[in-house]
Design a protein around this ligand. Sequence first.
Ligand code: GUN
Length: 290
Amino acid sequence: MTATIIDGQAIAASIRAELAHAIRGAGFARAPGLAVVLVGNDPASKVYVRNKLKASAETGILSFEHILPEDTKEADLLALVARLNADDTVDGILVQMPLPKHIDERKVIQAVDPAKDVDGFHPVNAGHLVSGMPGFVPCTPLGCLKLIKSVRHDLAGARALVIGRSITVGRPVSLLLLAENCTVTMAHSRTADLAAECRQADILVAAAGRPRMVQGDWIKPGAIVIDVGINRLESGELCGDVAFDEACRHASAITPVPKGVGPMTIAYLLANTWTSFRRRTGLHKLDPGT
Ligand code: GUN
């Protein structure tokens, strides 16, 4: 078997084009606004933030860039978040993670107004997701689900294995798959026999942050494999959490790294910002479908 390669770049581009069409066609007095905050000099974060700003502009979303030095005090970052919460031209607030060690990420996440939390990291939005209530859902998990559904529409009864239990990916992706009526298993660093768990999975989402950890022969024949990992090897090469070449011989469909999940995260950040704009301006009542 040779797997179908799921083209995240193309699917993300079509989502961004639909959003651009809706936003540009809407003719509002102001554009949706997204504040992007980056603290410090992490090279990967700088690239992600640059890509987010570029995609916002192309979609008709106004972005507000806040680049702060590595030694920014926690109190100053919290004060910036408070100003962005109070600013009516800002519909979405994204504080790029990870933050420098001296800043408590949980405090910053909790400081963001849940109504502007387009990352979906605030406990109020996490609680809405657990409860099956409307709220902001984290962008990477939304992207994973869309990629899975691009190759299999009805997920009911499928066995899904999620490797990794982060609040940004593993936990929310598990809840989304549960809402799709999958039988979900969450694996993590203390899972007893990861290979055996993988071999049962019709859908495998790898979000462990460990290069090529999932070996080809761990994959159930015909499984759908979503690789959330972005690992930089010493050679400078990027690779995922799945041994891609081997996995292609077992899976029915698989995402590449790069150009798989990565572009989807950005597309759903823009989608969440558009949703926030419509909620905050009352438009979602007229048009609940988008
Ligand atoms: N760092 C890596 N991914 C993300 C993300 O989706 N949102 C934020 N805020 N930081 C990240």
